[in-house]
Structures are given as C-alpha cells and as structure tokens.
Design a protein around this ligand. Structure first.
Ligand code: FE2
Ligand code: FE2
Ligand code: FE2
Length: 419
C-alpha cells in the first residue's frame, strides 16, 4: 500500500499536489487507526476526510472550468461518484457501527483515489500547466506583447535524428497556428489543428514502434503519456467544432503546445538517450554505482538508470564496499548529496576527493552545497577534475545531455542507431 505522496504522483500543480499529499496522509492514518479508535474519534476523522475531499474536488473543478479543460464533464462525474460512495459507506456505519466493514469501505475508496491521480488528475494537471501560464501572460499586456517565441534548443534534443526532425516540424506547426490566432483565419486554424492532431498521432505511433523494437523499459509509462495527450487533444477539437468559439480554444491550444514541449523534455529525451545507446555496449558493461544517504533519492536514481537501460545498477550503503567498488575501471558513480552540512568534515572531503580522482562521477547537489564544496576543496588546494556536477533540485532527466557526454567519453566509438 502506498503510504506517502511521492514525486511519481505529481500533477505539475503545487496546490493540487499538496492536497493529494494531505489526503493520502489522512486516509492512511484512518486505515491504520480505525480499529483501535473510539466511535467518536472515527466519526470525527470521517467528517474531516469527507470535507477535505469535497474541498479538493471543488478546487480541481474550478480550475478545470476556468481553463476550459476538455474532459471536465467526465472528470467531474467521477468526483460525484466518489462522494456518493463515500457518503453511502459513512451512512451505513452510522446505522450498523460495523468498524471492520467501514475500514474495508474506506480502504476501497483510498485505492480509487490512488488510481484517480495518475489516471485523471495527471492529465488535467498537464493541461492546466500551460493554460495557467497563458492566463498569467494575458493578465499583463506588456508581458503579452514582449512574449518571446519559443526557440528550439539543444536541451530538447533526443539524440535521434528522426525523432528530433519530427519534433521540430511539430513545433513549427504550432507557430503557424499562433500566427493565425488573430481570429481571422478560422478555417485555416481548424486545418492546422486537425493536421497537428493527425501528425502527432502518427509521430507517437512511430515512437512507440521504436520502444517496442528496442525493448524500452519505461514504455508502458511513455505510452500512457501519449494516450492521455491524444485523448485531451481530440476532445478539445470536438468541443471547438461544437462551439466554434474561437476564444474558447485559444487557451486550450496554448496548453497543448506547452504540454507537448513538456513531454519532449520529460519523456522523449529519455527515450532518445536509450535508443542512441542501445547499440553500444556501454549500458551492459558499465556498472552504475549509486551512493546516497537518502532512501528516496536512492530509489529515484535506481529507477532512472534502469529505465535508461543500464543493466548493472548497484546501490552501496556501506562505505567500505563503496571504496572497493569505485576501484573498478568499468564503473561510474552517481551520487546525491542531500545534507552536506554535517558531512563536510575533513574525512568526508577526503573520501570524496578519492572518488573524484578515481572514477567518473555524476554528482548531484544543490547550489548551496556546491559552493560549500568548492570552497572547501580550494582550501585543500584541490581542483575538482572535469566531473559532472549538477545542481539540484532539478528534474533528473535534465542531466541526460551531460550523461550522454560522459558515456560518449567512455565509449569513443560509434553511437549510431540503426533505424
Ligand atoms: Fe485530485
Ligand atoms: Fe480529480
Ligand atoms: Fe513521446
């Protein structure tokens, strides 16, 4: 059972995420404690849960409505069903006082809720992300006038020439739409939007074929992201065809564009990395050594490297074993420094210096810790060799271009993808 909110449940909206996290905590608390609680306590926490759920759904529904979310109706009706089922469970308990039955019922509601987040809330959140940015821009006229056009940049590259080509093509078409956004060329607009819908669909299918052909480990997750995108886009166009209200679709398309860029940088860059290296032996022969004192970060790194196709990913918790492991010449170290404050004593620095001199290191730390580290090393008269140091917090996939360089150095041979 999931007992804590994690990054994997994020809907890209801090308010919604915070409420989900709170709700998870309260559900789990109820599930764990109802057996030993008095009837009064049970009633109290039930009414709290109920009110919180109502408040949470209201927030989501307001945001969906204000921003023209195309799946508003489906989503809202799921919320209604949830509240009704919850009410039924609570009413039954008021009649029969059967605590076991109540616990089972609330457990089922909790499972529904955990399922609803990645199934429905996530795509709503991804859509809202772009719509909310657009609203913020429109609020300030000067900002709107000086809005710079999004430029393709290297951080969006997937290292795979055909995928990149199609992404650029799609970005260009979104611009074409923006140019016709004045409202005059409505027919033309519809044409561009329909073209985009079909092109995106074909593009996703091509990506999915590559995932299957090369056994991409995160393909299920990636395909789900495509599916959600296509579903929302399709509904957006259908609503527009019914309404023909230009202002209605404007925010929607802006959202779809933003979401698309988000998808490239979050999902496609990882896929491209996997494909690009899938013909080299790097990922099967090199060992990834993971070292962190934080369990959550450790498992994040483990999943990250496994999804990228590394076969030999090992976590070291014991410093003695770690010291032995970094002496192997086929390994590189991925390490996260979470709380360096107390660790920045001389011993830790000596240890770190040893790693940095011995092995390629992918070192993730926040900017404060980076400064502390740099000045400590300069006191020791030690210049950090050309290692990869990234500043956290930052989504992990943003290190992929650097990771790519690191592996390229390991493997100065061909990195051609035979597709
Ligand atoms: Fe939600
Ligand atoms: Fe929801
Ligand atoms: Fe994709």
């Amino acid at each position: 059972m999931i007992t804590k909110w994690t990054e994997a449940l994020s809907c890209c909206n801090p308010d919604i995420d915070r409420q989900h996290s709170e709700l998870i905590t309260h559900f789990v608390h109820f599930i764990n404690s109802h057996g030993s609680s008095s009837k009064e306590q049970i009633k109290e926490i039930l009414s709290f849960l109920h009110n919180y759920v109502v408040e949470h759904f209201a927030l989501e529904e307001t945001l969906m409505e204000q921003n023209g979310y195309p799946l508003l109706e489906v989503h809202t009706s799921q919320h209604r069903e949830f509240i009704e089922s919850m009410k039924k469970i609570v009413d039954e308990f008021k009649g029969d006082h059967d605590v076991t039955k109540l616990g089972k019922g609330i457990g089922e509601m909790y499972n529904w809720f955990l399922n609803h987040i990645p199934e429905e809330d996530k795509k709503m959140g991804l859509f809202l992300q772009g719509a909310l940015k657009k609203t913020a821009k429109t609020a300030s006229r000067t900002a709107l006038q000086t809005e710079t056009i999004f430029q393709w940049n290297q951080s969006l590259s997937c290292f795979e020439i055909n995928i990149d080509k199609e992404h650029k093509e799609l970005v260009n078409h979104f611009y074409q739409y923006q140019r016709s956004e004045s409202g005059e060329a409505v027919e033309n607009t519809m044409e561009i939007l329909t073209f985009l819908r079909d092109y995106i669909h074909r593009h996703f299918q091509r990506e999915e074929k590559l995932m299957e052909k090369y056994n991409y480990p995160a393909q299920e997750h990636h395909k789900k992201a495509h599916h959600d995108y296509v579903e929302v886009y399709k509904n957006l166009l259908e609503q527009y065809q019914k309404n023909s209200d230009f202002s209605y679709i404007e925010n929607g398309v802006h959202s779809m564009f933003d979401w698309f860029i988000h998808h490239i940088s979050e999902e496609d860059v990882m896929l491209g990395f996997y494909l690009k290296n899938s013909v080299t032996n790097v990922k099967t022969t090199k060992e990834v050594i993971i070292y962190s004192d934080n369990k959550e970060e450790t498992s994040l790194l483990e999943t990250f490297f496994s999804n990228l196709g590394f076969k030999n990913v090992n976590v070291y918790e014991n410093e003695v074993d770690l010291r032995k492991a970094v002496k192997k010449d086929n390994a590189f170290l991925a390490t996260i420094s979470t709380n360096t404050e107390q660790k920045h004593d001389f011993l830790y620095l000596k240890e770190l210096r040893f790693f940095l001199e011995t092995i390629p290191v992918l070192f993730l730390l926040n900017s404060h810790n980076k400064n502390v580290l740099n000045s400590a090393f300069s006191d020791m008269n030690f210049k950090i060799p050309k290692k990869i140091i990234e500043v956290r917090p930052k989504p992990l996939w943003e290190i992929i271009p650097k990771l790519h360089d690191l592996l390229f150095e390991f493997n100065k041979g061909s990195t051609q993808l035979p597709v």
